[in-house]
Design a binder for this molecule. Structure first.
Ligand SMILES: [Zn+2]
Length: 120
């Protein structure tokens, strides 16, 4: 089962750092300066976390990239293989080749997430 969360509106906006809008509601405007289509940073961050939680392979790479700054996508592919995510590993290896080796684990995370969400 895959879960698709197309925008930050699908998660709550934290009442402490955000505006306490609940899932489904837009973020509340601040003096009319905030467009209704934009979200508080804390809500966007919570949304990113939820998207990664929905896809374990993405969560695996994201956590590793967070722990190791400057991690290369090739290391992300090796990590995916170690945990049995062979098709995800192959996707990353192909992308690394296409980009002539210029790809970070963080970029790999984004590619995995995009691919996983498009497949769902
Ligand atoms: Zn908000």
């Amino acid at each position: 089962m895959t879960i698709r969360l197309p925008s930050p509106r699908h998660v709550d906006c934290k009442p402490t750092e955000g505006c306490a809008a609940t899932a489904g509601e837009p973020c509340y405007s601040h003096g009319g300066t905030r467009a209704r289509s934009s979200y508080h940073r804390v809500r966007t961050a919570a949304w990113q976390e939820a998207r990664m939680d929905a896809h374990p392979a993405v969560r695996l790479v994201a956590d590793a990239a967070k722990a190791k700054r400057g991690m290369h996508a090739a290391h992300a592919a090796a990590l995916l293989d170690e945990h049995g995510y062979s098709s995800e590993a192959e996707l990353i290896r192909t992308a690394v080749r296409d980009r002539h080796g210029l790809m970070s684990a963080r970029q790999a995370t984004e590619l995995l997430l995009k691919t996983a969400e498009e497949a769902s």
